[in-house]
Design a protein around this ligand. Structure first.
Ligand code: HEM
Length: 399
């Protein structure tokens, strides 16, 4: 296959046949000069775990947009996210932020997610129909992270718009000038806003995550204000599109496999496994980027130092070498291999536990409150045009 069209409607509707073809013919596919798409589980897993592949954020920005672009506010802010850092700085930040983030016990997070999900469903149940993306999938993780951060922003449309503008910098394709301007605006807005929140919490600390981060210490290690502000922004943004789209994808996958849906409704103990299978089958994050720190032979090609590797998480999750009959959706699939939906290695998703709790809770509440829920457009879903994020524009439901 000499070229593939990653923007065609057919690819967006179902990228997995293309991924299968690439796995079989060119497991490291040259997307652009110096950039490869990786589709097999073995190489994908190796890249995520091998320290010779690492983050190289500002170099990627310079290559894509020119050397002056690294001064753009959005790239400067993202460059302080732990997501794009390498050891040892990454380890230091991850340990400090992870400690504060992990303070809440699973039972507490479940109560919080349950409370939010019940309130949201109560708000629309009387209508008999709803777009579940807008009514449940987005507001659930936003309200949960706002509660954890001690913010009352959940229904603030300006913040939702700014979050989406900022999240666009994680696309694989080159952004237009107007998108970079919008992302700069978002980065400045978040920076100013969270700096002011930090000042207020220093004066009047609480038991929220921001106050914990301000107090966080690990031996003689502390977080600087710049690091705190950037990584609160990351926590605020990282859980939105990801969890929202994953809830939409999970509902769609279940409704497209009615036998599996019926089984789950009669066996709620299978919920964690069902969520795991949905994560494998239709992951919301499709790509994780790394750069080669040295020349490495991989998947039959010579990857040169500095080249970019786009790890296809969704592609690897359909590799038959890791998951027998990978295109079958089975909620009790034995867990032979590890789906890569939350990444792997040192950057393994910090919010994975929270995301699983949110997904399991939302499904449990929907099954209990709306047992007859149907998705009238389930056989012709409208996918977003993003390559990095896989999710639905809308998810019409009736009951
Ligand atoms: C289903 C929902 C989610 C999915 C599919 C997802 C996916 C991912 C993936 C694939 C990565 C690794 C990226 C890489 O290696 O380059 C990641 C990292 C991360 N995620 Fe998530 N995520 C989800 C939910 C969340 C939530 C709810 C939060 C927090 C509120 C969160 C916070 C983070 C953070 C902070 C990192 C960076 C970790 C590090 O660099 O050490 N995520 N996520």
């Amino acid at each position: 296959m000499s070229s593939i069209d990653l923007h065609s409607p057919e690819f967006l509707a179902d990228p997995y046949p293309t991924f299968r073809h690439l796995r079989e013919t060119a497991p490291l596919f040259p997307l652009q000069p110096g950039a490869w798409l990786v589709t097999r589980h073995a190489e994908a897993d190796r890249i995520l775990r091998d320290p010779r592949f690492a983050k190289d954020y500002l170099s990627t920005v310079a290559r894509r947009y020119g050397p002056d672009a690294v001064e753009e506010p959005v790239f400067q802010v993202v460059n302080r996210f732990m997501l794009v850092m390498n050891p040892p700085e990454h380890l230091r930040l991850r340990a400090l932020v992870g400690k504060a983030f992990g303070v809440k016990q699973a039972a507490e997070l479940r109560r919080l997610a349950l409370d939010v999900a019940e309130t949201l469903v109560e708000g629309f149940i009387g209508q008999g129909r709803a777009d579940l993306m807008a009514a449940l999938a987005y507001p659930l993780p936003v309200r949960v992270i706002c509660a954890m951060l001690g913010l009352r922003l959940e229904d603030n449309l300006e913040f939702q718009r700014e979050t989406q503008a900022l999240a666009r910098v994680f696309e694989m394709s080159r952004l237009a000038r107007a998108d970079i301007d919008a992302a700069n605006h978002a980065a400045r807005m978040f920076d100013g806003y969270f700096r002011a929140v930090c000042r207020a919490r220093r004066q009047a600390p609480g038991d929220d995550l921001i106050s914990l981060l301000l107090r966080a210490e690990d031996g003689d290690q502390r977080l600087s204000e710049d690091e705190i502000v950037a990584n609160i922004t990351l926590l605020f943004v990282a859980g939105h599109e990801t969890t929202a789209n994953m809830l939409g994808n999970t509902l769609l996958s279940l409704h497209r496999h009615p036998d599996q849906l019926a089984r789950l409704q009669s066996r709620p103990d299978l919920l964690p496994q069902a969520v795991n299978e949905a994560l494998r089958y239709e992951p919301a994050v499709q790509i994780a980027a790394r750069a080669a720190l040295e020349d490495v032979a991989l998947g039959g090609v010579g990857v040169r130092r500095g080249e970019t590797l786009y790890v296809g998480l969704g592609a690897a999750n359909r590799d038959p070498a890791a998951f027998p009959e990978p295109d079958a959706f089975r909620i009790d699939r034995p867990g032979a291999a590890n789906p890569l939906s939350f990444g792997g290695g040192v950057h393994y998703c910090l919010g994975a536990r929270l995301a699983r709790i949110e997904l399991e809770t939302a499904l449990a509440v929907l099954f209990r409150r709306l047992p007859g829920l149907e998705l009238p457009d389930g056989d012709r879903p409208r996918w977003k045009s993003s390559l990095t994020i896989r999710g639905l524009e809308r998810l019409e439901a009736v009951w």
